[in-house]
Design a protein around this ligand. Sequence first.
Ligand code: NAD
Length: 287
Amino acid sequence: MKIGFIGLGNMGAPMAANLVKAGHEVIGFDPVDVNIDGVSMARNALDATMNSDIVITMLPNGRILRSVVDEIIGSLKPGTGLVDCSTVDVENAQMVANKALVRELLPVDAPVSGGVTGATNGTLTFMAGGSDAAFEKARPLFEIMGQKVVHCGESGAGQVAKICNNMILGATMIATCETIALADKLGLERQKLFDVVSTSSGYSWSMNAYCPAPGIGPKSPSDNNYAPGFAAELMLKDLDLSQQAATMVKADTPMGKLATQIYREFIDSGNGLGKDFSAVLQQFESH
Ligand code: NAD
């Protein structure tokens, strides 16, 4: 397929590289100079996408997504797939999809989890929203860039799944961290806490697979001085999106709200900048 790829940053660049390796023709655009083996770079988004079978976007936020889509949408032929893999707000995802449908394009919102490692190794998880036809058009590319893809429903459903998952993750990580700090103060060895919780009803991915305390459980960013992994800033971004969505539909999410506040303080204080989101343990250790 001929693929136009817009946004070749930390995630987009390795994803595009995997599409090339699988034999697809990829034309890319990013305002920043990037050089990816096998990807020819265009001068602007319009040139990169003009004759594409599928356009993929991997951009920082919904505002930028909308401006890119506005720039290119008039030149895409009916039936072109428009696959946004960025994490953006549900409202913008749906707005972009509606504009695309008017022009008989095949839009899919398909945010990912798995981070830069998953993007590099082609092991991302895709959560997709869109019609069956749009999803089926994009599926072969998801299968190259990822190892799991779930068709979650209509347009926006992928973004909804992503922020719901990450709202649980943010709240659970904080619960895990405050518990470790409590156990410390009560004199319980961290290894013993892990041995019990990881095999009891308090277990979670945060404790079992990604333990925020160094030297405990499988290797995680805590064992690497909290180098991300999944950056605390990105967790805050996703929590903010969850709260924006909750406000939109008047959902009550007290844990999500508090998790957002705690990650915001972590970032605003400077303590969380450039660190993995599990480093929030240090906020509780310092009390
Ligand atoms: P990034 O900042 O490294 O990449 C974004 C790229 O978009 C940059 O290269 C930037 O120059 C480019 N860009 C900005 N404006 C543009 C425009 N108008 N036209 C074309 N390109 C433009 O970010 P990333 O880490 O690659 O993340 C991309 C998306 O994936 C974000 O929405 C993020 O939330 C999501 N995500 C990231 C991770 C992760 O671990 N990094 C994990 C899951 C999801």
